[in-house]
Design a protein around this ligand. Structure first.
Ligand code: SF4
Length: 209
């Protein structure tokens, strides 16, 4: 169990799953940049993060729900948590996360949503089999099942994010295709810094020779 002083932001898991360097730039170095894309995402989040509640038929909806997990050492907020009334009178908890773009090939968004579910399970003492991601660009819901493998990946990502943030060391950049979709590419300079490393290793090799 984590002490609340050692909690990290739940969003760090999405950053960690995307790129450990991005996670360190944001959560260790507090680097942030507001490109048009992140501004749009922020506004979308602010809208859904406003606290409140509504109902739609047999569904109760809570907006901007505070989250925490002592087990994973996380604190954050869920955009939307739906409670679906079941025929036996119980309520099924169903988290929904809003994203600006479109579904991604990687699991970053699923890991973030699963982390929300793990927090809610611990807070409400319930079992949550699934949730959904809503993508603004395609205006579609993507159902996500919180199976064993996604749960393990989420727990492992939380562990790695804690270790990275506690170590306080930002990993060196490695330029990959994902960098083109990274909001921190201008601050990270993956191509330039990688080139610098290459010159250094070239000189080391020369001196070694
Ligand atoms: S630009 Fe690439 S290496 Fe740098 S933080 Fe983003 S994804 Fe990571």
């Amino acid at each position: 169990m984590f002490d609340p002083d050692d909690f990290i932001q739940l969003s760090a898991l999405q950053h960690m799953a995307f790129c450990p360097r991005q996670c360190a730039l944001i959560h260790v170095e507090q680097t942030w940049t507001e490109s048009g894309r992140t501004a749009e995402g922020r506004i979308m989040h602010e809208r859904v993060h406003e606290e409140g509640r509504a109902s739609r038929g047999d569904i109760r909806i809570e907006y901007g729900v505070g989250l925490r997990s002592l087990k994973l050492g996380l604190i954050g907020k869920a955009d939307v948590v739906e409670f679906h009334h079941q025929p036996d009178g119980s309520w099924l908890t169903f988290p929904v996360e809003y994203k600006r773009g479109k579904p991604k090939k990687d699991d970053c968004d699923k890991v973030q949503l699963c982390a929300q579910a793990l927090c809610l399970e611990e807070m409400l003492n319930v079992s949550i089999p699934g949730g959904a991601l809503f993508y603004g660009q395609t205006r579609r819901h993507l159902d996500v099942v919180f199976d064993k493998s996604l749960r393990s990946k989420t727990e492992e990502t939380a562990k790695l994010a804690h270790e990275l943030i506690a170590a306080g060391v930002t990993p060196k950049p490695v330029y990959e295709k994902r960098c083109e979709n990274c909001s921190l590419i201008a601050e990270c300079l993956p191509k330039t810094l990688q080139k610098k490393r290459s010159v250094k290793s070239y000189l080391n090799r020369m001196i070694g020779d």
